[in-house]
Ligand binder design. Structure first.
Ligand code: ZN
Length: 281
């Protein structure tokens, strides 16, 4: 199963791109959260885009993205760092809603069209950078596109998709982010609009093509790959973290917990179960 990210420049060095085949990552998200199809698609799209936004950062900087719409999935939270390490979760991974009339998963129906996308960047400054934009469509890629143009003033085109198989495993998942450099000419903008908007959904492209072939489909031979990396699912939970948080409860609750020999904690991100000996509390 594939897991590959390429970043580089194209069209006379006037655009930069990030492309991910995140099939393996989204399969792990599906396994960790036991998500059904539409939640896998919604989380997979957001996690892949957030993962690429993490790779745009430096050093030990990190990003948290929160999509909170009025749909039944609740909120989707993703945390990603500059090394491509990601964890993600949503309030209701078992949401089931009918397919759209065109037979596709109804991601905007699950997320909702009223709500917001919040981006929190921890850039190791005194305060994190926090920005919030309203949801444009609830289809994820459009919402992040709007975030880039509105909050970061970077003209950006994003395609993100997840193809879920009948057994709920992930057949293909990925995202392509293209951003105009400040020196981009009108000719390049025209070329990009034509090629990007004629591009089939990235999840169907990834069923037959490699990320390199998708770049060639998008940019012809006018692109250079500058860096290759990957996106990896990794949760940062461990037993002491839960012990510390249990110690923060009210004294009478703590006494109640300690009446039993063990207490069970489940990580809200990766669903890892910890059976903690209450003598340690
Ligand atoms: Zn965890």
């Amino acid at each position: 199963m594939s897991n590959k990210v390429l970043q580089g420049i194209a069209f006379n060095n006037e655009v930069r791109f990030f492309i991910a085949d995140s099939t393996e990552l989204v399969n792990t998200i599906h396994q960790k959260t036991n998500s059904l199809a539409v939640a896998s698609a919604a989380m997979g799209r957001s996690a892949t885009i957030s993962g690429l936004m993490g790779l745009m950062l430096k050093g030990d900087e990190a990003i948290t993205t929160i999509i909170k719409g009025d749909g039944p999935i609740g909120q989707i939270i993703t945390i990603a760092d500059s090394h491509g390490v990601i964890r993600t979760t949503c309030s209701n991974p078992h949401v089931e809603i009918p397919l759209k009339a065109n037979g596709k998963l109804d991601v905007s129906g699950a997320i909702g069209t009223n709500g917001m996308l919040r981006v929190v960047k921890n850039l190791n400054l005194k305060e994190p950078f926090v920005s919030e934009v309203p949801l444009i469509s609830g289809e994820v890629a459009e919402d992040y596109t709007y975030y880039f143009s509105s909050s970061e003033q970077i003209p950006t085109a994003i395609s993100a998709g997840v193809l879920v198989d009948v057994d709920y495993t992930i057949r293909a998942a990925g995202a392509l982010i293209i951003q105009l450099m400040p020196n981009a000419s009108d000719d390049t903008i025209d070329k990009l609009e034509k090629s990007f908007y004629n591009l089939p959904p990235i999840s169907s492209l990834l069923c037959d093509l490699t990320v390199e072939e998708i770049l060639a489909t998008t940019f012809g031979d006018d692109f250079s790959v500058l860096k290759e990396s990957s996106l990896e699912y990794k949760c940062n939970c461990y037993e002491e973290k839960f012990i510390d948080s249990i110690r923060l409860v009210e004294m009478h609750e703590l006494i109640e917990i300690k009446c039993k020999p063990t207490v069970e904690c489940i990580c809200s991100f990766c669903n890892e179960k910890y059976t903690i000996d209450t003598d340690k509390l």
